[in-house]
Design a protein around this ligand. Structure first.
Ligand SMILES: [Zn+2]
Ligand SMILES: [Zn+2]
Length: 309
């Protein structure tokens, strides 16, 4: 009797081991993003407001890379690793990991870089200066709200800068992990390393990962495998559709699900080797508009763009 193979089984039967998890490359994760943000800004219409924002975020991504190079976080202890394995929970769990105060120093450095940028708007400069002199408890409260997903308590103006600092901190933690230290979670839609929702997904074109789709963590930049044509929100495999802006390169599409009525962007590295989940999601707001008009809502936000809930 013929057997119908699920997509994951087809990939496995092709004789290739699917890399379950990909940790961020700390030598270039943010510098590559900065480059991509600039490329997307140049490609857009001149004087377009989002282009200016992409350029500003490129300045911040460069600053993130610079700080990342001089920063070392403590690796998880044997006790923390054992607890994660026993309970099948994220090792560097975003909302319960004991953050070292150093992350606030990262805020100061990133805000300094953005405020000094030639084209920084007055409002952004004011927000950065405010964050640079904010008392520690206020920053910690905001970080708790951001990492715990309590969006109603988030100060929207400062959120991208705090998230950027927290990304530096969590990328440092994630880049020290080994695949065996990260247990598979009960909830496949959350980052297995830190428990955060993905910002987008990406079909990789590099050797070993070629043709496989990975979800990309909005916080720690870890990527984890999810079979294609599957909703990254509710895991339904029925009624999945793909949408794109007519006439573009096809490197960014929206994957929608009629089960939960959400969508998330999916990037194709074979169409453009430079795609970056955070940058390309930010650079394709026209697609968000299209999806919203079609009645779908985003599975999760972009870490560098916060809107009032
Ligand atoms: Zn993560
Ligand atoms: Zn769904």
């Amino acid at each position: 009797m013929p057997r119908i193979l699920e997509p994951g089984q087809i990939e496995a039967s092709a004789g290739r081991a699917i890399p379950r998890i990909r940790f961020p490359e700390r030598t270039c994760v943010f510098s590559a993003r900065a480059q991509r943000l600039r490329q997307l800004a140049e490609a857009g219409a001149p004087g377009h407001a989002i282009g200016d924002y992409l350029r500003l975020m490129a300045v911040m991504a460069d600053a993130q890379q610079l700080v990342l190079g001089s920063f070392e976080a403590a690796a998880p202890t044997a006790h923390q690793l054992a607890r994660a394995a026993t309970h099948r929970m994220p090792v560097i769990h975003a909302s319960s990991w004991p953050r070292a105060p150093y992350w606030r120093e990262v805020v100061t450095q990133l805000c300094g870089a953005v405020a000094a940028a030639r084209d920084a708007p007055a409002g952004v400069r004011a927000t950065c200066e405010q964050l640079q002199s904010a008392p520690a408890p206020a920053l910690e409260t905001q970080a708790d709200a951001l990492l715990g997903g309590r969006t109603e308590a988030v100060d929207v103006g400062g959120a991208p800068f705090l998230m950027a600092a927290l990304q530096v901190y969590w990328v440092t933690l994630a880049s020290r992990l080994l695949p065996d230290q990260v247990p598979g979670l009960e909830v496949p839609g959350l980052c297995p390393a830190c428990g955060t929702l993905p910002v987008a997904s990406i079909v990789r074109a590099e050797a070993r990962s070629e043709g496989y789709r990975f979800l990309h963590c909005a916080l720690c930049a870890t990527e984890w495998h999810l079979v294609r044509i599957t909703c990254s929100q509710c895991q339904s495999t029925a009624n999945i559709a793909y949408h794109s802006i007519e006439g573009d390169s096809g490197a960014v599409r929206a994957e929608s699900c009629d089960q939960c009525h959400t969508y998330r962007k999916i990037l194709y590295q074979e169409k453009d080797t430079n795609v970056d989940p955070v940058a390309d999601d930010l650079g394709s707001l026209a697609l968000d508009l299209l999806m919203s008009e079609a009645g779908y809502h985003r599975g999760s936000g972009n870490p560098l763009l916060w809107q009032r809930p």
